[in-house]
Design a protein around this ligand. Structure first.
Ligand code: BGC
Length: 764
């Protein structure tokens, strides 16, 4: 059962009410502004199945680890982004009967709308309550992207028959995380106060002392007449109660302005005053002014980040939905923040940072937002380098080797399954790849001296210690790992992991050489700081040259890991559909022994380094591995879409694209109720721009090799590239690249190089 989302290029709209869909729609229609985010919960409350969720970026709780069997090296806690203060709440009672769509006897004219162009959530409906009275509600709200500590709600209730309406805007900090390991509450209330129409609540986390305060300022009127309020409060809760006796057809209108301030951005003793100030200033500006400024800012964001697809509304809606959630999850203003796999739309994955950021999200931010946004994602990891070194030390590594965590909030590892925590070490490769990708996209090599090289050296040191010499192979090997395909654990010589290790060693050496030549003083300083010398760099080179890669002469492919050919290789399309998804139908033991691949693994390496992979080599690997891939990770279809596009497998590319772009909208995996796959949305962007748009970086050069899926009549997007802004248009008549701003850009189409100045246009 899933909500029907009507196709529309800029909006998600749902035009029928079904209480069972509420928990799914709360995820789909979620709002965020980078600083905070929330599920699309109903303002008036909902007693049916739902997940109340408001999350403040970077405010987390170290929830004590819960595992059956403890293993040395497990982290003590799992960091969770906390469910925080419910600031949207407005109780509504009509002649004493609570408005609640779960208990209403009839709900009609229901319309829920997420206006992605302007960042607004709207809901209108008529509800008949158990006492027989009907009301019409028109609600709109937003989390401001102009001032990211402010939210505002407009909520209007109109009675069909004469009735007394009570509206009670409130703030409630008595919230829990549904995923708490030990059913603890995470907040300690610090105080509350209320006066008519105003109030605040203030709490701090029981560990780590993050303070959050929310304040409200309400203006409530009935047909233009301001109403007086009765204020009250108790621990963690404040409200203002308004009553109006209305003749038939009249309305009561609530404007609720909210300020939410946390101690990442203010001193703990100032969060209350700041939140009150924010709410008050918002009220002084007024709803229309705030909303228009917010909507204009969204429209401006879209100018550069939009992808336009002509001829296919469903695909258009899909890609904008993905871009919208990426933009509202991370705005790049704060290098302490990152992108959790579910963004602000649910609790799964704890809102923590995964390799997803560098591997799947960074390309979107580099191409669609200011360069500083992507750079802040790199700085985030640089700031956590010390913890990554400590993390490696806990596992027995020395001399400044770093192992970045699989899951983290502050740099410490939070994951607690041995086969991932200790074995899914390929993530270190993605951190280095992020630096490489950023530099080749932006040409901002200054980052190497600012921290990039330190990260690369520490990662290289990890790999140099993690390999061991095998007399049998007469090569270096990497034993006991889990590759990106988590349906295999504790394997030896996972091709992807070995490939990334070798490349990290090479790239760290290359960057060291570059800094030595171009910025010798910075290099000398770094050598001293890191106690790095040429012998160590030569050792990296020796390992890289002698690293083992399992290969099958018979199939002419690199093997995903040692022994892969011992498996029964039965293609996925021969599996009984009733057996799928295998992660829900099979025992873990059966999955591990099977040949089925959760997500791109060997192919992930070829995707990252397509310029090192000849097309015939890519084809052999794609033809061998894709038929064995079940795509049971949201991160899988996108990579395969890009590779299928390169290979001219147009039908396959489109089929996989739909799986990624509408994964959540169509709830393919029946898990949207938990939240959206926000990091996979970066993959969707790559599917379109790298796949159909044919953007490819070969060495240092930008290439385009586009194609239009049959279902589309046109595709266009902006691309930021090395300080310039391009507009790329793919139509049935060919490719057009328009240079909009910045320095000259050289790109390659069909083997020919072309250079454009501002404001020239290329067409082929
Ligand atoms: C995937 C990982 C990913 C994680 C978070 C898992 O299902 O296998 O690659 O990092 O989800 O998105």
């Amino acid at each position: 059962m899933k909500p029907t989302i009507d196709p529309h290029p800029w909006k998600l709209t749902e035009s029928s009410w079904n209480p069972e869909h509420q928990i799914l729609s709360e995820s789909l229609f979620a709002l965020g502004n980078g600083r905070m985010g929330q599920r699309a919960n109903n303002e008036e409350g909902f007693s049916g199945k739902h997940l109340q969720g408001t999350y403040i970026a970077g405010v987390y709780y170290p929830d004590k680890t819960k595992v059956g069997w403890w293993k040395n090296g497990y982290p003590e806690y799992f960091a969770k982004v906390l469910n925080a203060v419910n600031f949207i709440g407005i109780h509504v009672r009509v002649n004493g009967e609570a408005l609640d769509l779960a208990t209403a006897t009839q709900v009609s004219h229901f319309h829920r709308e997420l206006d992605m162009h302007q960042g607004l959530l709207r809901r209108t409906f008529t509800a008949t309550l158990a006492n027989g009275l009907s009301v019409r509600v028109e609600a709109e709200r937003f989390l401001s992207i102009v001032d990211d500590e402010v939210a505002a709600i407009s909520y209007k209730v109109t009675v069909e028959d004469a009735a007394t309406v009570e509206v009670v805007p409130y703030l409630d900090f008595n919230v829990v995380n549904s995923d708490a390991n030990w059913e603890e509450t995470f907040w300690a209330q610090q105080g509350h106060a209320s006066t008519p129409g105003q109030g605040h609540v203030h709490a701090k986390t029981k560990k780590l002392d993050f303070h959050v305060a929310a304040a409200m300022h309400c203006q409530v009127s009935a047909e233009g007449q301001a109403l007086n309020a009765h204020a009250s409060g108790r621990e963690g809760y404040v409200e203002s109660r308004y009553n109006a006796t209305l003749p038939a057809g009249q309305s009561v209108h609530v404007l609720k302005y909210i300020g939410v301030v946390n101690s990442l951005n203010a001193a703990p003793e100032q969060v209350v005053a700041r939140a009150e100030e924010q709410a008050q200033q918002a009220a002084a500006k007024g709803y229309e002014v705030l909303r228009n400024a917010h909507a204009d800012a969204w429209i401006a964001k879209w100018e550069l980040a939009d992808i336009r697809i002509d001829g296919d509304d469903s695909a258009q809606q899909g890609i904008r939905f993905n871009i919208f959630h990426l933009l509202q999850t991370f705005t790049g203003v704060d290098a302490r923040l990152n992108i959790g796999p579910k963004g602000f739309t649910g609790e799964k994955y704890g809102g923590s940072t995964y390799w997803d950021t560098e591997a799947y999200c960074l390309p979107f931010y580099m191409a669609s937002t200011d360069q500083s946004v992507a750079k802040n994602l790199l700085i985030y990891r640089y700031k956590q380098l010390g913890k990554a070194i400590e993390n490696a030390e806990k596992l027995g590594f020395t001399d400044g080797a770093a192992l970045y965590p699989m899951v983290t909030m502050n740099g410490e590892e939070c994951h607690n399954e041995w086969e991932i925590t200790f074995e899914e070490i390929h993530r270190n490769g993605a951190i280095a790849y992020g630096i490489y990708n950023y530099i080749r996209h932006t040409q901002d090599r200054s980052y190497l001296a600012e921290g990039g090289l330190e990260v690369l050296v520490a990662i290289a040191r990890f790999w140099a210690q993690r390999v061991n010499w095998s007399d049998a192979q007469e090569k270096f090997v990497i034993l006991g790992v889990t590759g990106p395909n988590e349906y295999e654990n504790n394997v030896n010589n996972n091709y992807y992991t070995n490939f990334m290790a070798a490349w990290c060693l090479e790239y760290a050496a290359e960057c060291a050489q570059w800094l030595a030549t171009e910025q010798p003083a910075d290099y000398a300083e770094l050598l001293a700081k890191l106690q790095l010398d040429s012998d160590e760099i030569e050792q990296w080179e020796a390992i890289r040259e002698n690293l083992y890669f399992p290969y099958s002469e018979e199939h002419q492919v690199f093997l995903q890991q040692d022994g892969f050919l011992d498996k029964e290789l039965i293609p996925v399309n021969e599996l009984d559909p009733a057996q799928r998804p295998i992660n829900q139908k099979w025992s873990w033991d059966r999955i591990l022994r099977s040949c089925y691949i959760k997500q791109a693994d060997t192919l992930q390496g070829m995707f990252f380094f397509e310029d090192r992979t000849d097309l015939d080599v890519l084809k052999r690997h794609f033809d061998f591995y894709e038929p064995l891939t079940v795509h049971e990770s949201s991160l899988s279809p996108c990579v395969h879409t890009v590779l299928a596009s390169r290979l001219g497998y147009k039908k396959k590319a489109y089929e996989l694209y739909l799986r990624t772009a509408r994964l959540d909208l169509d709830d393919y995996n029946h898990e949207v109720y938990q939240g959206l796959h926000v990091t996979a949305m970066g993959g969707t962007w790559m599917s379109v721009v790298y796949g159909f748009g044919g953007m490819k970086i070969v060495g240092e050069d930008l290439h385009f090799q586009p194609f239009l899926p049959e279902q589309w009549t046109g595709l266009s997007f902006h691309l930021r590239w090395r300080g310039a802004l391009l507009h790329v248009q793919v139509a049935e008549s060919g490719l057009t690249v328009a240079h909009k701003d910045g320095p000259d850009v050289t790109f390659h189409v069909g083997g020919m190089a072309h250079t454009l100045k501002c404001c020239e246009t290329f067409h082929a």
